[in-house]
Design a binder for this molecule. Structure first.
Ligand code: ARG
Length: 460
């Protein structure tokens, strides 16, 4: 018989290489806290239902707490021969307390045990990610407020389009992160369902109390189908999907940061403490953090694809393929948390070159829409006004001028509908101030957005 906890029907010990290949202890040990909490709940339930004695429960709970303390002190050796976190802890428990330890696994399988641990782990980490999203949102609002009067060119097709407030641009990201926050809330809810009691796949012959375990571990819901309970990895795919979308948002912001701090744009300057240099080119100050966040986005999306692909052909119920859920989600959790924390820092340390941004608006035709709007407001059909404004731009290009440089005679030659007030109507400040439609870039609307953002953060 092999020394494994499941060794009874085996006549040989497991091949070393096979041990190594199938073990998950190298990565699932990070769920030790959940595994111990789950086992304490299970043992308490078994005793409460008269399945094990209260003495055995006390021995089990005491032994588990001792193991927890040892792991936290770094005084616990994980052994690849015992495959995973579940068996490492159970083996050590039994070595320490004897027969009572052998009763812990009554009415339980590793299939529902690993599902329980992973649900608790994901549920906890969803909350951690939410906290970091919130801090990122705070950093965005702080920066928007700090530079509330800064005007920059807004872009479409990466061509200067219309003047906007820098704060308006940042608050677009605030909105994206609000949706991310809501998605992680959804992930929490889908992870907040208790699988223990499903056994290996079909339930158990013991008179267990699943509600007791759910309450003990603060679960809102209980799986109502044992096959689903041990095979469901939706909450993991949902986490990875929410994480991917969040990373896509961070990646877009990273791309913009990289552009903005290039010499060509020079819109912002990152803190020296947040950049790196080059080993050869002494002048370099590189936005490595933004590049890495952009790069790591691919890796998180990869984990989502891997998980979807792993699950897509799996017959019910548990299959060992499902062990592949862990490395991806653990890495996604680490990556998302680190990226969020680092990016909030980047934002807080960023300096904005307001004059350069303003010059980009002044030395440009991004007020051409306002010229057309001016004529349309005087009664000219917009299509015609658009054409006149286009001609004005063409005229300026030919004569090396900007629209604000045109004389009253030149305006009149383009259309007799122009009056003196056209000069004010196409100033960048006016272009911004007058885009006062709900959700627009005016000072008033951006101020409303900031106030709404603060209100939302109080409730998130
Ligand atoms: N380490 C395994 C996993 O992560 C635990 C469940 C193993 N169950 C089994 N019947 N082999 O999925």
């Amino acid at each position: 018989m092999s020394e494994k906890l499941w060794g009874g029907r085996f006549t040989k010990t497991t091949d070393e290489m096979i041990n190594e290949f199938q073990a998950s202890i190298g990565f699932d040990k990070r769920m030790y806290h959940e595994d111990i909490a789950g086992s304490i709940a299970h043992a308490s339930m078994l005793a409460k239902c008269g399945i094990i004695s209260e003495e055995d429960r006390d021995k089990i709970v005491g032994g588990l707490k001792d193991i927890l303390a040892r792991i936290e002190k770094g005084d616990f050796e994980f052994d690849v021969a015992f495959e995973d976190i579940h068996m490492n802890i159970e083996k050590r428990l039994t070595d320490a307390i004897g027969e009572a330890g052998g009763r812990l696994h009554t009415a339980r399988s590793r299939n529902d045990q690993v599902a329980l641990d992973t649900h608790m782990y994901v549920r906890r980490e969803a909350v951690e990610v939410e906290k970091l999203i919130l801090d990122m949102q705070k950093a965005l609002v702080e920066t928007a407020e700090k530079y509330s009067d800064v005007i920059m060119p807004g872009y479409t097709h990466l061509q200067r389009a219309q003047p906007i407030l820098f704060g308006h641009h940042l608050l677009a990201y605030f909105s994206m992160f609000s949706r991310d926050f809501a998605r992680f809330n959804g992930v929490y809810q889908r992870a907040d369902i208790m699988p223990l009691g499903a056994g290996a796949l079909a339930g158990t012959t013991f008179p267990i109390d699943r509600r007791f375990v759910a309450e003990f571990l603060n679960f809102e819901n209980i799986y109502t189908n044992s096959l689903d309970a041990v095979s469901d990895r939706d909450y993991i795919m949902e986490f990875l999907s929410a994480a991917s979308m969040l990373m896509v948002h961070l990646s877009r912001l990273s791309e913009e940061t990289i552009l903005w701090c290039s010499r060509e744009f020079s819109f912002v300057e990152l803190d020296d403490a947040h950049c790196t240099g080059s080993s050869m080119m002494p002048q370099k100050k590189n936005p490595d953090v933004s590049e890495l966040v952009r790069g790591k986005t691919g890796r998180v999306i990869g984990h989502l694809m891997a998980m979807l692909t792993t699950v897509k052909g799996l017959p019910l119920a548990y299959n060992k393929d499902l062990q592949e859920d862990k490395e991806g989600i653990f890495d996604a959790i680490d990556t998302v948390k680190f990226s969020l924390a680092v990016y909030a820092r980047i934002l807080r340390g960023m300096k904005v070159n307001r004059d350069i941004m303003k010059r980009a608006v002044d030395e440009d035709f991004s007020n051409a829409t306002d010229l057309a709007d001016y004529l349309a407001k005087k009664g000219m059909p917009f299509r015609q006004a658009h054409a006149v404004s286009g001609q004005a731009v063409h005229y300026c290009i030919e004569h090396h001028k900007w629209l604000v440089d045109l004389t009253m005679d030149e305006f009149k030659a383009l259309s007799p509908m122009f009056d003196e007030d056209i000069k004010d109507a196409i100033l960048p400040e006016t272009c911004v101030k007058t885009r006062n439609s709900l959700g627009g870039t005016s000072y008033e609307q951006v101020d409303l957005q900031i106030r709404a953002a603060k209100g939302l953060m109080d409730t998130e």
